[in-house]
Design a protein around this ligand. Sequence first.
Ligand code: SF4
Length: 347
Amino acid sequence: MRSMKSFFDRDRIIYFLRDADAGERRMLYATADTVRRECVGDGIHLRALLNISNCCDRACLYCGLRAGNKNITRYRLDRKQIVDAAGRAAREGYGTVVMQSGEDPVLTPEFISSIIREIVSRHDMAVTLSLGERPREVLRQWYDDGASRYLLKHETSDLVLYGRLHPGMSFTARMEMLSSLKEIGYQAGSGVMIGLPGQTWESLAGDIMLFRDLDVDMIGCGPYIANPHTPLGGTSKKDGNQVSADEQTVLTVTALNRLVTGDTHIAATTATKTLYSGGGLYRALRSGANVVMPDVTPSPFRDQYLIYPGKEPVDGIAGAAELRAELKKQTGLEIAGGRGDRVRCHS
Ligand code: SF4
């Protein structure tokens, strides 16, 4: 595995992203599928995704949750709604709940602390947080309360593009928070959007190398889907070096992420399902991915967490049995039990 990681240097990664033919890509997906089996096994890990608030103080140019978007119905779940939803997920057999929100200051450290403590005291369940940038002492407190994983996508490692898409935000701050998470003891996750306007093949290769260099424990990379209610919504400028958000690119990124990281948990994202009906999600799971995140946010809020339009959330409670059966049938893989923490692979 070590030799595979070093085989994929920057030039080879760019080659597979941009230039490889269909046969070479098929071989890449198959190799990633083999490495996935050797390093993380044949079980698909299901994480219960609970979107607790769609309020956000930030203004990222591509995101439907951005402050200032008036074309979205805002919500914030109360304590009982969150704890009840986590309980339903636990009873449905999920070993992880992922509490996600925009950067919402109303979700105070104390509020989140009390919820983490209640969930871990009641259920044998890992708590993953995805609540944006927070001070180190707050992250430390939440870890001590019982949260064990944190997702913070870096979105793009191209500093110029990062600055253009994220007004008032700092790539350096994001990197510092990812290293703080690892130092505290969290399993840390990152990710990017594939096909962001202005993203080049070189910068996407840089993102993949960054996953390896940061030794992230979880990765989520989905296709960019334009939201008409954002400043980037109408962008359609294309040139030869612009990354496209097609299925081939998403599968290639998924496979390369597996090959450069080995035992990282890699999600087949909801956006992949939305954009590529007819099996994109299942193909991602046979090209290196091993995680699916069904949405357990209660109705009607599930449909209001709209980063992009046309979302097809997998109903993680009512549709859980059907989803499990379909995942097994379409991929030939099993559904993994337990919490699904990262386990180091030494093959
Ligand atoms: S990407 Fe995250 S931080 Fe940026 S506007 Fe959307 S929810 Fe807020």
